[in-house]
Design a protein around this ligand. Structure first.
Ligand SMILES: Nc1ncnc2c1ncn2[C@@H]1O[C@H](COP(=O)(O)OP(=O)(O)OP(=O)(O)O)[C@@H](O)[C@H]1O
Ligand SMILES: [Mg+2]
Length: 204
């Protein structure tokens, strides 16, 4: 499996300057790659492009040599940096989850999710509890490539390791590709096979 970015350039419609310029990147499911870069440099923006959440940009993203689908299920799933920003506040967690897939009890417990959380709204959960749902939503059985955008930044060290362990386990079981975006060099060195510095690939 191959996720390829070809000459990606992008600027937000409201901004005057480009934040991404001529980015080329090739990822697969053989190695876990860590992407490291300064705050505000455009990592999350690139993640949104790679996963099909931003669709108007210059250049091309290809998954297994084909363009990403504009509609329907996205084979490249993004675990957002801020899960609370992308969950419907009016939906209880069981609906938030089942919108993606019917998660079995074993997977719920692997991710440390208590059944009682399923009947709560997003704002009634802690950051770590919410992030577990966000991860689970992204690991739909149809997911082929997973991008984790600073998914554990706000969590304490123990919770961070627990969640990441569960993610890596499922990535290996299902032979998915995995890109980890992080500020944390130690974390990247521990988890990833290789690392990429964002400033080295962004031609800005
Ligand atoms: N929707 C938006 N409209 C306009 N500008 C935006 C939007 N989202 C982000 N930006 C700007 O684009 C730049 C890159 O943001 P982005 O979130 O991609 O950075 P990042 O590398 O992920 O930062 P961090 O490490 O803090 O998460 C920032 O200057 C940000 O203010
Ligand atoms: Mg970011």
């Amino acid at each position: 499996m191959k996720l390829k970015a070809e000459n990606i350039s992008f600027k937000y419609p409201s901004a005057k300057d480009y934040i991404l310029k001529d980015i080329n990147l090739e990822l697969d499911n053989k190695k876990i790659i860590g992407l490291i870069g300064d705050s505000g440099s455009g990592k999350s923006t690139l993640c949104k492009i790679l996963s099909g959440h931003i669709q108007k940009y210059e250049g091309e993203v290809k998954f297994n040599d084909e363009k990403l689908p504009n509609k329907g299920f996205k084979p490249v799933q993004l675990i957002y940096q801020h899960p609370e920003k992308v969950m419907n506040p009016k939906w209880k967690m069981d609906k938030v989850l089942s919108e993606s897939w019917d998660v079995d009890d074993a997977t719920l417990s692997e991710f440390g999710i208590q059944k009682s959380w399923l009947t709560r709204f997003p704002q009634e959960l802690s950051g770590g509890e919410l992030q577990r749902f966000s991860v689970l939503r992204a690991v739909n059985p149809k997911t082929q490539f997973l991008i984790a955008d600073e998914m554990t930044t706000m969590l304490d060290a123990i919770t961070q390791v627990q969640i990441l362990d569960s993610v890596i386990k499922i990535v290996k079981q299902r032979d998915m590709g995995f890109l980890l975006v992080s500020h944390d060099m130690d974390l990247v060195d521990t988890i990833c096979d290789d690392k990429i510095y964002f400033k080295d690939i962004n031609g800005i």
